[in-house]
Design a protein around this ligand. Sequence first.
Ligand code: MD3
Ligand code: FE
Length: 215
Amino acid sequence: MTLDLFEEALPPPWCEEIAPGAVVLHGFVRDHGPELLAAVNAVVAQVPWRHLTTPGGFTMSVAMSWCGNGWTSDSQGYRYSARDPGSGRRWPVIPDILMALADEAAQRAGFGHFVPDACLINRYDPGSKLSLHQDKDEHDFSAPIVSVSLGLPAIFQFGGLQRNDRTQRIPLAHGDVVVWGGPSRLCFHGIMPVKEGFHSLVGSHRINITLRKAR
Ligand code: MD3
Ligand code: FE
């Protein structure tokens, strides 16, 4: 399925490989903010923003929502599941525009067709951050992760396969899409505290959407 919304050619420097398998598509969805935000708001209307507790007992500064497969917590910690354990109902389906975006971005970055089954949405208020971590709760690490940045800018920290490896700092702006696959899929990464500011469309937040193959 493709909506052909993101078809413009992307020569360098708009398409930038920052590490093997990690491709930044600068401004890839810059012109689609309103539709993307409408899709986010439709999901959030059904799965209200929530601050999860880490396995270590800390409340995350980032607020989260999701669709497709979402987070469910049990005694083991968090895992992906198709249903809300409270209501027994499926989480909302991933909006078509996000499925199309994921597929087109993955192809543009050289990963071929991509059909995600999970979408996590993060909201950063000024001061919110995401500490260095790996994403390894998905079953299939051969699939890439497509991430979309909207609203306030942020500095992304991108390290190596060991927590102590040196990190590079990559500024991410409204409309940037990054595809993380291949050797970069299991690299440590995080987001530095978001600075105060105001974005004309999104307000005083940064929104990040990640599209994944979880199961
Ligand atoms: C690199 N989110 O939700 S997106 C996350 O901006 C997460 O909200 C950040 O890290 C955010 O887990 C960063 C970019 C990203 C996502 C997954 C990755 C980079 C990645 C997985 C492997 C390597
Ligand atoms: Fe992550």
